[in-house]
Design a protein around this ligand. Structure first.
Ligand SMILES: [Zn+2]
Length: 254
């Protein structure tokens, strides 16, 4: 972030712009429009790339040739490329036994450590073949279990963008950035991440995004900046637990 743009950022309040479901098939028209506005404000977002997309619903979107060249271009431009699942196909029920208690279907949570390890390895191999470095992961449908975390560590991934709280925190050697709301929403305090699904966007959503960026760009930070704020002080732990309890109930309404 340039000096000019970081002016006004107090170090305690910030938001990371996270895009989900980045794959060869997606709403490229929206992506192109977002790219223009992000570059205009020198914002470095996180792109959750699905390395081997087999999700039937997502495969319906227009395909981009030379997808990996585009991903490389983003990486060279200091956008963060994160791994978002392997195939994005949900083949397990979590029965609400997932780490964050969201429930729903899952690609990782519920599978054996071996299987989760293997999915991660196969996904990472695709990134490697395309010369993309991966340090960060977030799971399709926010679903994790202890095997997911163990498999991530086995594969040298120590950063996850998901979970409750008002500041980045560390658990089992993994650093987390909280992801609280479905809608674009700037809290008056704390560091968190958005989740943006361009495939579902209409023009109105883009206009809202544009307004959000224009209003909040001083508080939009890169993933590295966010992780540098990792804080395990008692007071933050307390706030994070408080938010977990309240949001587990309220989350679906935001
Ligand atoms: Zn997804």
């Amino acid at each position: 972030m340039s000096k000019n743009l970081s002016k006004g950022y107090d170090g305690q309040t910030g938001i990371v712009i996270r895009f989900d479901d980045i794959a060869p098939n997606m709403n490229w028209e929206m992506m192109d429009k977002c790219e223009i506005i992000l570059n205009k404000f020198n914002i470095k977002p996180v792109l959750g790339v699905i390395p081997n997309n087999k999700d039937e619903e997502l495969l319906n979107y227009p395909v981009k040739e030379k997808f990996w060249d585009t991903v490389k271009k983003w990486e060279l431009d200091n956008w963060t490329i994160a791994m978002h699942g392997y195939t994005h196909v949900y083949d397990q029920e979590t029965n609400k036994m997932d780490f964050f208690g969201y429930g729903g279907r899952s690609e990782f949570c519920g599978h054996s450590l071996n299987e989760q390890n293997s999915r991660l390895k196969k996904g990472l191999q695709i990134f490697k073949e395309n010369n993309i470095k991966i340090k960060t992961f977030f799971s399709p449908n926010h679903t994790y279990d202890s095997n997911t975390f163990e498999a991530l560590i086995n594969n040298n991934i120590y950063q996850v963008i998901d979970g409750y709280g008002l500041s980045p925190y560390k658990y089992k050697n993994i650093k987390f950035i909280p992801q609280l709301f479905y809608k674009l929403f700037m809290l008056p305090y704390g560091i968190q991440s958005t989740q943006i699904h361009l495939n579902y966007w209409k023009n109105e959503d883009f206009e809202n995004f544009e307004k959000f960026i224009e209003k909040n760009y001083r508080r939009i930070i890169s993933l590295d900046e966010a992780f540098s704020k990792t804080n395990n002080r008692f007071i933050n732990k307390f706030i994070n637990i408080f938010f977990e309890k309240t949001l587990k109930f309220k989350r679906k309404f935001f």
